[in-house]
Ligand binder design. Structure first.
Ligand code: IPE
Ligand code: IPE
Ligand code: MG
Length: 253
């Protein structure tokens, strides 16, 4: 080992303090392309590598759930060509990654208004989810045509319907009950949320689920985000004290 060997972030991770669930807002593809004088789509294409790297990085250290915000409800308002290109990229990427997901024992899941996606996208997604359904090492959850306000309203509609049908009583509605009506039912809430590209906002992502998550922001644009960047975020997270309203002394004991 050379004398100047510096420990990487991966080696600094405490396996006993791993987040079970990490959520990521993958942002900055457009700016990455613009810096290079390329079309925004080139940025999205280059973002696929970062998706692969992040997925592998998370699986390697033992994260159990990785949620990636890939397309928001609001993203439908982008120029038509960009939306179309993103949907095509989604189809080809999912199609191309199924084999690797299976090899790495990773299960693909999705949250969002999936019905609103183009037919070929729904088909590819459904097939990939079926083909990986038995995988156990990690769950990769794509947020597609997702927004948290949409999710919460959908949940409320189902709750009201259940109440109207007499299947649920108002006094039975608890936080736990409410969570069972969200897209993320059965998935633990993220301990850590990462957003790339220097934007400091949530953009309608997992508003309920992020209530007590640690937030991590990096200026790195999504296509440049790699394994070590992910591990750096984990190390930062592990240095924090999560108090959940209590005081420091209560946490130490
Ligand atoms: C994130 O990158 C990808 C999606 C939202 C689909 P952007 O496309 O938002 O990139 P910027 O923010 O314009 O740089
Ligand atoms: C959030 O990124 C959505 C995704 C990463 C899919 P945006 O780039 O769309 O967010 P805003 O609109 O700038 O907040
Ligand atoms: Mg953006």
């Amino acid at each position: 080992m050379p004398a100047l060997y510096r420990m990487g972030y991966k080696e600094s991770i405490d396996p006993a303090k791993l987040p079970l669930h990490v959520a990521v807002i993958m942002d900055g593809n457009g700016r990455w392309a613009k810096q290079r004088g390329e079309h925004r789509i080139t940025g999205h294409q280059n973002g696929v590598k970062a998706v692969r790297e992040t997925t592998e990085a998370a699986a390697e250290i033992g994260v159990k759930y990785l949620t990636l915000y890939a397309f928001s409800t609001e993203n439908w308002n982008r120029p038509k060509e960009e939306v179309l290109a993103l949907m095509q990229l989604l189809v080809s990427t999912i199609h191309g990654e199924v084999e690797t997901l299976n090899k790495n024992d990773i299960r693909l899941m999705a949250i969002g208004d999936l019905k609103s996606l183009p037919q070929d996208c729904i088909r590819e997604l459904t097939e990939a989810m079926k083909a990986t359904a038995q995988n156990k090492r990690m769950n990769l959850i794509l947020a597609l045509s997702y927004s948290s306000r949409w999710e919460i309203i959908e949940g409320i509609k189902c709750i009201v319907e259940a109440v109207e049908k007499g299947q649920l009583k108002a006094e039975e509605i608890s936080e736990k009950k409410f969570e069972s009506y969200l897209c993320t039912a059965g998935i633990p809430e993220p301990e850590l949320m990462i957003r790339t590209s220097g934007e400091h906002r949530i953009s309608n992502f997992l508003l309920w689920q992020l209530s007590y998550s640690e937030l991590y922001f990096t200026d790195t644009l999504w296509p440049d985000f790699g394994k070590e960047d992910f591990y750096e975020a984990i190390v930062d997270y592990q240095g924090r004290e999560r108090r959940f309203g209590k005081i420091s002394e209560q946490i130490e004991n």
